[in-house]
Ligand binder design. Structure first.
Ligand code: RB5
Length: 152
């Protein structure tokens, strides 16, 4: 299974811990890039850390290729993380609140980073979203044309 880099801010720390536990138990290679404590911190710092790793693993891959690794970012709403991540070329970050979105963003957008809001999405739903995101393939075809336009 692909490596999963995960990061949060203080508001996403609890869900991050739950994700690390669940995804490790289900066989994913999860790399927790922090933070390690609940001290107040800035979400762009962790968005950049995680996205840097995802891009390094992609190493020149085309937008339609299966991601070599994935990122998961958690903050209070998921919104700040998604803004910070999508600011970085090559990152396609999807803020998901339900399984439909998780499945669709992998199939249609080839998203390589999942964003979640700990204060918005219940833990059980968030864990299922992450599992689905990581196990759903990009469909390509007409969707590839559109993904290429995002990057172009
Ligand atoms: C932290 O209070 C909160 O602003 C942050 O976690 C996030 O929701 C920002 O988008």
């Amino acid at each position: 299974m692909a490596i999963v880099y995960i990061g949060s801010d203080h508001a996403g720390l609890g869900l991050k811990a739950a994700l690390v536990k669940r995804l490790s138990e289900t066989g994913h290679d999860v790399r927790d890039l922090g933070p390690a404590t609940a001290e107040s911190c800035d979400y762009p710092v962790y968005a950049k850390k995680v996205c840097k790793k995802v891009l390094a693993d992609a190493d020149g891959a085309a937008p339609g290729d299966d991601p070599a690794s994935y990122g998961i970012l958690v903050c209070g709403t998921g919104i700040g993380m998604s803004m910070a991540a999508n600011h970085i070329p090559g990152i396609r970050a999807a803020l998901c609140g339900c399984e439909f979105q998780a499945r669709a963003t992998r199939r249609h957008n080839n998203a390589n980073v999942l964003c979640l809001g700990e204060r918005v999405t219940g833990q059980g739903v968030a864990l299922d979203i992450a599992e689905l995101f990581l196990s759903t393939a990009f469909e390509g075809g007409r969707h590839l044309r559109r993904v290429n336009q995002i990057e172009g």
